[in-house]
Structure formats: C-alpha cells, structure tokens
Write a protein of this length. Structure first.
Length: 172
C-alpha cells in the first residue's frame, strides 16, 4: 500500500511540474496584447492573471513589448472601463518603456486619445493628455482634431452625454 502512495505522490509531483512548465511556456510566447487581455479579463485564458502580470512586468523585454504593442494594436487597446486600475497599470508600464501615446492604431488609424473619446471615457481622456497626447492632432480616419471629433459624435449621437469629454479637452 505504501508503494502505491509513493507512486501516486511522484505522479502528482510530475504532473504539477509538467503543468507549470506548460503554463510558463504558453505565457512566454504570448504577445503583449495577449498578456494584457489575460490581466484585464480573468476569463480570457485558463492562466491566472497574476502569472500574466508577473511575466509581463518581470520576465520579458519591456521595451520590445511596448514597441510590439504600438505596431500591433496601440495603447487604446488596453483601455478597459471595467478594469481601470489594471488598465492604468498597463498603460504606465508600456508608456514608461517607450510606447507612443500618439501612435495611431495600425488597424483603424486612431490614436489612443481618440479611442478614449470614442468610448466616452473622461478617465482615459485625462490620462492620455496627462501623459503627452497631442490635443491638436488630426486622426487618419475622420481627419478631425479631438475637439472636432467630439462635436461630430455629438451630432451623430445627441442622446449620449459627452460633456465630461468636452471638459477634459477644454482643460488643455
């Protein structure tokens, strides 16, 4: 009986070690945006968000990740109204490591400030401006400045209150 218990314990240890190795490998090949999603949405992966956070902040080339994020999806991708604290931590990390607060998203051409305006997020609007977003830039899609985009959106969706975004932009 003791022999069976020893075999079971050894098997369990080997299994747990293998599982840890698989998770470590999977996280090591994740893109910066996948790690951000892992941290922002606890149901996105079967990997603990704390492990994704540890990996992103401590085990990776942060400057390379910041450049990859700029090239793939941009900072606007990680602005999550449902998880502002983690979003700001990610934004701080990527900006501190060289992500460009004015870099247009390569998919839709909008800089992060415009993403904050489109999502009607005064919190992220202020954050982006405080971190150097250009309030006079013209986006590649609508050919509008941030203030012009707000006016355009007010005309398109008069039922949406954009007064907080206007206050954010008027303060700068």
């Amino acid at each position: 009986m003791k022999k069976n218990i020893k075999i079971s314990v050894v098997f369990l240890i080997v299994f747990i070690f293998s599982l840890i190795c698989v998770v470590a490998y999977r996280v090591s090949i994740m893109t910066p945006e996948e790690l951000a999603v892992c941290m922002l949405d606890k149901n996105a992966y079967r990997i603990p968000s704390s492990y994704c956070e540890f990996s992103l902040l401590n085990l990776r080339d942060s400057q390379k990740d910041a450049l990859l994020l700029d090239e793939h999806v941009g900072l606007g991708f990680i602005m999550d109204e449902d998880n502002i604290e983690v979003s700001k931590m990610l934004l701080n990390h990527f900006i501190a490591n060289g992500a460009n607060v004015n870099q247009p998203n390569p998919i839709h051409g909008l800089p992060p400030l415009f993403a904050a305006i489109l999502s009607n997020s005064p919190e992220f609007c202020r954050y982006m401006i405080e971190h150097g977003a250009d309030t006079n830039s013209v986006d590649l899609i609508y050919q509008k400045t941030p203030r012009e985009l707000v006016q355009f959106l007010k005309e398109k969706e008069p039922e949406v209150d954009r007064s907080e975004i206007e206050k954010c932009l008027s303060g700068f």
